[in-house]
Design a protein around this ligand. Structure first.
Ligand code: ZN
Length: 333
């Protein structure tokens, strides 16, 4: 009888202990941070984060400060979280013409924010997982319905939010077996200058990057795929998407292959170098694309929270395994 009572006491204690251990191992995702990040990045105060403007610089500095607060390692220039590069001088004519339609600011420099979550394992530490998005948008331009601020809440404050919130969550708990790099690029909209500089000045050698996931326009659900999912460009090109989905990522195939999104984002420069680099998106071809009306009020924050948080455990798994994704036959660009 006495043993029986002891068991009755021990079992609930064991259950409590296991639950606590499980919870400690499962980092907690900050739901309200998704809205907070968007409220800052896509605010009128940031004036649409025009490529290579002071507003892009402020966005990069803020992202760097977020990374620093998560106790990540700096991945930028001279021990900082920032990478700065100058745009080509003179700018190509096509670009000069394009920029002249937008706010009249000198554009000479662009900024990235880069952070590293260093591996804990000497055997796998040279492998790196790269998570990216672009910080910049179009800035101030021709007014539409009396609004001249192109806020870019979906393009690409939403992807920037995803990278920052994944950094916040993945930096909790024990360090991964592979290194994870978080990089936010400037000047994507005028030709991918920030991304180009990053590829020439990466915090680890480029060929150590096992996989790159770019997050681009994930602020609204796409009715072309089942509810609560986003999609991966070039899904059928590699085994990365299906494998992450098997581990819980709410990822399906790109329903708009005719749009050639695989080639239209910052992932492509890396993919052309042979790295498995694909873009996560849910762009539903909405009419606010590159318009002043791409604003926070149009976002579906609960949707964003669902899909971004669905990536935490699959990325954690990818960072803790020695499995390497590979291109399918004819998948490599
Ligand atoms: Zn974009």
């Amino acid at each position: 009888m006495r043993n029986y009572f002891r068991l009755v006491l021990v079992i609930p204690l064991l259950v409590l202990f296991c639950r606590a251990a499980y919870a400690a191992d499962r980092p907690s995702f900050c739901n309200q941070c998704v809205r907070a990040d968007e409220d800052f990045l896509a605010s009128d105060a940031l004036q649409g984060r025009g490529s290579a403007t002071r507003d892009e610089h402020i966005a990069a500095t803020w992202a760097a400060s977020q990374f620093e607060s998560f106790s990540l390692e700096p991945g930028g220039d001279n021990g900082t979280f920032i990478q700065k590069t100058t745009l080509p001088n003179p700018l190509p004519d096509r670009l000069k013409q394009y920029i002249s339609k937008w706010e009249d600011t000198p554009r000479t420099e662009t900024w990235n924010a880069v952070a590293v979550l260093r591996s804990s394992d000497s055997k796998t530490q040279q492998d790196a997982i790269l998570l990216t998005a672009h910080l910049d948008h179009l800035g101030i331009g021709p007014a539409v319905n009396n609004d001249s601020i192109y806020n870019g809440a979906d393009d690409d404050a939403s992807g920037t939010t995803a990278v920052i919130e994944l950094a916040r969550t993945l930096s909790q708990g024990k360090r991964p077996k592979r290194t994870i790099i978080f990089a936010l690029f400037g000047s994507e909209e005028i030709g991918g200058f920030g991304n180009r500089y990053f590829i020439e000045h990466p915090p680890v050698p480029v060929d150590h990057i096992v996989a790159n996931l770019e997050f681009e326009m994930i602020g609204r659900p796409d009715p072309a795929v089942p509810a609560g999912n986003f999609w991966l460009t070039g899904y059928e090109r590699s085994d990365l998407g299906p494998t992450l989905a098997k581990h819980g990522a709410h990822l399906v195939g790109d329903p708009h292959p005719d749009q050639k999104f695989f080639q239209r984002s910052d992932n492509y420069a890396l993919a052309k170098r042979g790295i498995i680099a694909q873009t996560v998106s849910s762009f539903n071809l909405h009419k606010d694309y590159h318009q002043p009306s791409d604003e926070v009020s149009k976002l579906d924050i609960p949707y964003m929270t669902t899909v971004i948080s669905s990536m935490v455990m699959p990325i954690r798994w990818l960072a803790d395994t020695d499995w390497k994704p590979s291109w399918n036959p004819n998948g490599k660009p």
